[in-house]
Write a protein that binds this ligand. Structure first.
Ligand code: TC6
Ligand code: NDP
Length: 295
């Protein structure tokens, strides 16, 4: 373990999308360093299982709430509940996201909205609900958002995601300045490929869709990122050790976006038939998850 196992003792951190993938990995990392963690997502059973699994190792550190972050009232109610039942948060990780690959000309308004509002509105509602409380109560706080290197390069075939992540990047820089005087810091991380089940079902649903963004072969370090590496970076940003760092987005991609296509440019060669296959495969996975939603 790189950091002392109690270095986050006394911290209480909300992680949106904390029931799966990177969010679950971060919840585990923060809990195993002494923090209390609240995880949000839309599927109660998925959240419950994640909390149970982490708590079996770390003690009763992780709590969950079924919350749809696209809904400002639900976010506000859940945030009030945290403050009342657990106490003030010290940190927020805006990690929940929606995404799928699609030719932009074929995206419906609802498809665009599903992705952009989850990423952009969800991060705003969550950040504002915590930030308002910190300001009113004179408390310090740290916000870390999970972005992507497309905020610098853009990426074809995931245009709503690239646009919305760039907006959260702008929020990070803007509020870093507006809220610095309250002791509230906002930073972000931009990971390269860290394979997770749900994201890979959306972004790499067929063999033909295995290109740049989801691949390790052209990462200069020759491998995918490891959860503990991302965990250590986010831990630092959430800790008092980073008290003078704000408004920054730190890339963690083994050099990928500087050296090779870390976008979906390689999908330019997909035919209409291959796109239809990719959509069917991705929709089957998201329909399965949708059937499990509690909110
Ligand atoms: C390198 C890695 C970087 C990682 C980045 C990430 O962000 S990874 C994070 C990855 N993790 C996640 O994404 C996790 C969360 N994901 C989800 O909740 C779902 O996958 C969701 C994104 C579909 C949203 O669900 P929802 O219940 O809000 O919405 P809904 O089901 O009602 O659909 C809305 C509209 O979208 C349309 N549409 C849907 N799929 C496809 C498709 N494949 N193709 C084309 N279109 C598609 C659908 O037809 C509908 O439009 P219509 O026909 O009504 O005009
Ligand atoms: N994996 C990777 O290589 C990379 C990931 N990222 C970013 O990291 C983050 C995590 O991705 P990853 O773990 O791979 O993907 P996952 O699909 O596993 O995580 C997305 C999470 O967001 C939750 N979520 C989606 N919509 C909502 C909503 N409306 N309200 C509440 N929760 C919601 C989902 O839970 P539920 O469906 O139950 O609501 C799920 O737990 C994302 O922001 C992604 O963009 C960035 C770069 C690379």
């Amino acid at each position: 373990m790189l950091y002392d196992k109690n270095c986050l003792a006394g911290k209480r951190i909300l992680i949106t999308g904390g029931g799966t993938g990177i969010g679950k990995g971060l919840a585990h990392h923060m809990a195993s360093h002494g923090a209390e963690v609240v995880i949000w997502g839309r599927r109660t059973q998925v959240l419950e299982e994640a909390a149970k699994e982490i708590n079996a190792e770390c003690g009763e550190k992780v709590f969950f709430q079924a919350v749809d972050i696209r809904n400002a009232e639900s976010v506000e109610a859940a945030m009030a509940d945290i403050w009342e039942k657990h106490g003030a948060l010290t940190g927020v990780v805006n990690n929940a996201a929606a995404n799928f690959i699609a030719p932009t000309k074929d995206l419906s308004p609802r498809g665009y909205e599903a992705i952009s509002s989850t990423v952009m509105d969800g991060a705003f509602f969550t950040t504002q609900a915590a930030g308002r409380r910190w300001i009113e109560q004179g408390l310090k706080g740290s916000v870390v958002s999970t972005l992507v290197t497309w905020i610098w390069t853009g990426s074809p075939y995931v245009v709503p995601s690239s646009m919305a992540k760039a907006a959260v990047h702008a929020m990070t820089m803007s509020l870093a300045v507006e809220w610095a005087r309250y002791g509230i810091r906002l930073n972000a991380v931009a990971p390269g490929p860290f394979p997770t089940d749900y994201a890979w079902e959306m972004l790499n649903p067929t063999e033909d869709s295995s290109v740049g963004a989801t691949q390790a072969d052209q990462v200069p370090m020759g491998r995918f990122g490891e959860m503990s590496e991302l965990g250590n970076l986010v831990l630092l940003l959430l800790s008092d050790g980073a008290d003078y760092i704000t408004g920054e987005t730190i890339c963690i991609d083994g050099g990928h976006h500087l050296a090779a296509p870390s976008t979906f440019a390689g999908l330019n060669s997909m035919t209409d038939a291959q796109w239809a296959q990719a959509k069917t495969a991705a929709k089957a996975a998201s329909d399965k998850a949708k059937a499990q939603r509690s909110v």
